[in-house]
Design a protein around this ligand. Structure first.
Ligand code: PLP
Length: 388
């Protein structure tokens, strides 16, 4: 008793900053605070730091430094990517956009608005495993399609989409392809070249970098639309004083994630599989999303008859932090749109919890998660007089 273990297992919501990223940032939060747009030598030093970070990110992404635009995060990058393609499309009278039903709200809500502005949106279904079908993508493309936007990996159920194959289809039909790689970046290869992506979004806080900083990749020749107007930062495509410490931290965190990807994934996937195996031995347990085509750290599971929210709170009392669905939708009374798209009933969807592991989770924690979940599920069922 006494010193309760605390386990952070909500890495899809955000991750702990890595010591290396934090260390890289500190000088720019402290004495090296100058504005990188300033002409004096301190400004020049800040601009140099941003330049080095841009080159480092470009090397890890296999792209040109000038194809990267810093944003305030994944949501902004998704907004900007979609509006870019929508504007390019409108100029050619192409106002049809294809996406999937399981995209992040920062994609779906932008598309919903475009739907009220003369664009036609096709929302593709996914299979019950949470994967988009290539045949469906190809069938949906029309002469007036200006954009296909499909995420590289899903934030709630971790399923990995066949983004490279979707990108190839788009290239064949000369349609722009955007992928929301926010959940995938740092965990699977998301080089825009390999995915045939014209536009790609990522966000540092999902791979042990700081919050509030992200990237839009826009292929050479694809000019990002101006979401934020003002100064001439980012070649005039995104106004606002650059967040130098965050940019430096993002570059350090991304390099670290890329270098350690295979090793981290191997460790994380082993813990994930151990937890999945343990949880599936609880009667009435069901794993949501494809068993193997999923991110190394993702476990989305429901237990018959139990609300995910009660289970989350029970686990919290054991010191274990998980989520129901996604952090952006948490607190919403609505069941997850992702789980509904898999064909789950509302009740099943509301029974889900998401356990997401990362680089800093341990075997001891994995065992503790299984042990406490079994206990909590048993207790909640006995309170409700449920038999399983
Ligand atoms: C977290 C996330 C976002 C939003 O990124 P922010 O940097 O938090 O704005 C978008 N898409 C996916 C898939 C995500 O996981």
């Amino acid at each position: 008793m006494g010193n309760k273990m605390t386990v952070y297992a909500d890495n899809a919501a955000t991750t702990k900053i890595s010591p290396a990223a934090l260390k890289a940032m500190l000088p720019y939060l402290d004495e090296a605070y100058a504005n990188p747009s300033s002409i004096h030598s301190a400004g020049k030093a800040a601009a140099d730091a941003v330049y080095r970070a841009r080159v480092e990110l470009a090397e890890n992404l296999g792209c040109l430094p000038n194809e990267l635009y810093f944003t305030s995060g994944g949501s902004e990058a998704n907004n900007q990517a979609i509006l870019t393609a929508a504007e390019i499309g409108a100029a050619e009278n192409k106002k049809h956009i294809i996406t999937s039903k399981i995209e992040h709200p920062s994609v779906l809500r932008v598309l919903k608005r475009l739907g009220t502005q003369g664009y036609e949106i096709t929302l593709l279904d996914v299979g019950e495993n949470g994967i988009v079908s290539l045949a469906d993508v190809e069938r949906a493309i029309r002469p007036d399609t200006c954009l296909v936007t499909i995420m590289a990996a899903n934030n709630e159920i971790g399923t990995i989409q066949p983004a490279a194959e979707i990108g190839e289809i788009c290239r064949k039909f000369s349609v722009l392809f955007h992928t929301d790689a926010v959940s995938a970046a740092g965990y699977i290869d998301i080089k825009p070249g390999a995915l045939c992506a014209d536009l790609l979004s990522l966000s540092a806080h999902k791979f042990h970098g700081p919050k509030g900083i992200g990237l839009l990749y826009a292929k050479k020749g694809v000019m990002p639309s101006q979401l934020i107007l003002g100064g001439s930062q980012e070649r005039g495509r995104r106004a606002g004083t650059l967040n130098v410490p965050a940019i430096v931290g993002m570059a350090a965190a991304f390099s670290e994630a890329c270098v350690n990807m295979a090793k981290d994934n191997q460790k994380i996937a082993r813990l994930r599989d151990k937890i999945i195996e343990g949880l599936l031995s609880i009667p009435g347990a069901k794993l949501h999303g494809d068993r193997t085509r999923r991110l190394a750290g993702n476990i989305n599971v429901g237990f018959g008859g139990i609300s995910g929210e009660s289970l989350l709170l029970a686990l919290d009392s054991f010191g274990i932090m998980v989520s129901t669905g996604s952090a952006c939708e948490a607190g919403a009374a609505e069941p997850s749109h992702v789980l509904l798209a898999l064909g789950l009933s509302e009740k099943e969807a509301k029974s889900a919890i998401r356990i997401t592991l990362g680089r800093y989770n341990t075997e001891l924690e994995a065992n503790y998660i299984v042990e406490c979940t079994a206990k909590a599920v048993g207790r909640l069922r006995s309170i409700a007089n449920l038999e399983f």
